[in-house]
Structure formats: C-alpha cells, structure tokens
Design a binder for this molecule. Structure first.
Ligand code: MN
Length: 285
C-alpha cells in the first residue's frame, strides 16, 4: 500500500451564484482549476437568510451531473421532467443533466442555517447526450459505517474496509466516483483505501486533521480542496476536536473540456449547439 501525500491546496474563494447565493468555490473557481472528472465544488453555509434566500431560479444544464449534499437546511428541486424533490438534513440530490435539464433549486426556509455542498461531475463524450435523470436520496438510504475512530457516510462508490466491501447510494461505471463524508474522532487514526486509478481530494469543512505519510504529518487546510498525490490509501489523524471532511475521488475522463456556464461539452461547436438548443426550447426535447 502507498499512502497518498498532499499534492496541491486549492483554497475556496468567496463568490456568489444563482440569484445571489453566497458560496465558497474551490474546484471550478477558474476553468483551469479542476480535478478530472470533477468540474466544481461549492460549499454553502450560512445562518444569514440574505446569503441563500434568493436560491437558484430556473436554469439549464447539459453534459454533466450535479450532486447536492445538504448537511443542514431545506431546499426544493423542480425540473422540466416534473420531478419535485425535497432536500433536507443529510439528504442528497443526484441530477444527471445528460442532453439537457431545466430546473430550479430554491430554499424552503426563511431563517436558520443552510449548509451543504454542490459537486459537479463530468460525463464522458459517450454519455453527455443521454437522457436526463434525477434521484432524490434520503439520509436513511445512504450507507454509514464506522472504522477505527471514524464514521463514514458513503454517498457514492465502493470502499473495502477490513475485508468488507461497502457500496454507497450511487455508483457510476465510467467515472467511478467515491464521495464520502468522514467524521474523524479526536486523535483517532484512520486509513481508507482509495484506488490508484482515481484522482482524489479531501475537503476539510470542520475541525482539523493531519494527513499521515510515513513519518510525516501534514495539516489539511480548512475550506480548501486538498488534492492528493498518487497512491492507493489515505491515512488521517484527527486533531484535538476531531474533524469533518469530504473524500472525493474519481477516474479521470481525459477528454477536452469546453465549458460555457451551465453547459459542459468537449468542443466549442457542441457548446454553440447547446446554446441554440436552449434558445429554441430543444435542450430537453
Ligand atoms: Mn442547477
């Protein structure tokens, strides 16, 4: 086993999106800052309604998937297929835009804390134009296991821990995403396998933890994409207050990426086609 070291730190930048929702963006803050197959990671977290109340009114997507993980709060998704999904504490919405979806994502609360993440996962060329799909995943349908002082909630992918294979709520054969929310107990040391073929990062959102490689301990940066080097295992050591972090890994697609706002394709011509299709109402046809 080879422990993965820290390769690059991408601190999240404050920005706003939708109708003025305040977010912290790490991956995707610029089009050159990505980790194939992931395009973007936004962290939203506020107790101030003015930071989230405007939500994300009706807008299109084509060519990739969005994964929204709500830690705290209540958001309503509605799309052109007639899907309506209530995203609540601990739930996940997995939306496959494919050839096209038009949806809205609106807060259903006027006060209190809204906290969570939205991750954009690219699709390979062969899947970009497949029919749109949508899944509302309830918290109780997300596998959770404990291992060596850590609690791991496995939203996507497969992890083999102590000889037992655990499969998350979603699997994808092309990009093989692993998406886990890991809570590390204070001072606990936990190792998890992350296959060599996958690009991987850790996003620390609470507390502190070290990444252990041999004799070295490197503190992970808070609210940052801590991108990992090659290897097939990660080892974490929780700080005095423990830590909460996301493990995000996936198989790189290795194709050209051309993005224009909510459309992510392989060529400029395909982006122009997406714009024409959207303008003429054929994005979702
Ligand atoms: Mn959206």
């Amino acid at each position: 086993m080879t422990l993965r070291a820290l390769k690059q730190i991408i601190p999240a930048l404050d920005t706003s999106d939708g109708a003025g929702v305040r977010i912290k963006r790490s991956i995707g803050q610029r089009q050159t800052v990505r980790m194939d197959p992931f395009l973007m990671l936004d962290e939203f977290g506020s107790e101030q309604p003015q930071d989230y109340i405007a939500g994300f009114p009706s807008h299109p997507h084509r060519g990739f998937e969005t994964v929204t993980y709500m830690i705290e709060g209540h958001m309503l998704h509605e799309d052109h297929l007639g899907n309506q999904g209530n995203l609540r504490n601990g739930g996940v919405q997995w939306m496959t835009a494919g050839r096209g979806i038009v949806h809205s994502e609106m807060p259903q609360q006027e006060s209190g804390v809204m906290r969570g993440f939205q991750l954009w996962l690219n699709l390979p060329a062969a899947e970009k134009m497949k029919p749109a799909g949508y899944r509302d995943i309830q918290p109780e349908d997300i596998p959770v296991f404990t291992h060596a002082g850590a609690t791991v909630k496995l939203i996507a992918g497969t992890l083999t821990v102590s000889g037992t294979e655990v499969t998350g709520a979603v699997t994808r054969s092309s990009t093989q995403p692993i998406y886990a929310d890991i809570h590390v107990e204070p001072n606990a040391q936990v190792s998890l396998p992350v296959p060599e073929a996958l690009n991987a990062m850790l996003y620390l959102y609470e507390g502190n933890t070290n990444l252990v490689t041999g004799d070295e301990r490197t503190a992970l940066s808070l609210s940052a994409a801590n991108v990992l080097a090659d290897g097939d295992e990660i080892m974490l050591e929780g700080g005095d207050a423990g830590a909460r972090l996301l493990l995000i890994a996936g198989r790189p697609i290795g194709e050209p990426v051309v993005q224009y706002g909510p459309f992510v394709m392989n060529t400029r011509e395909e982006i122009e086609q997406a714009l024409r299709d959207y303008q003429s109402g054929r994005l979702t046809a």
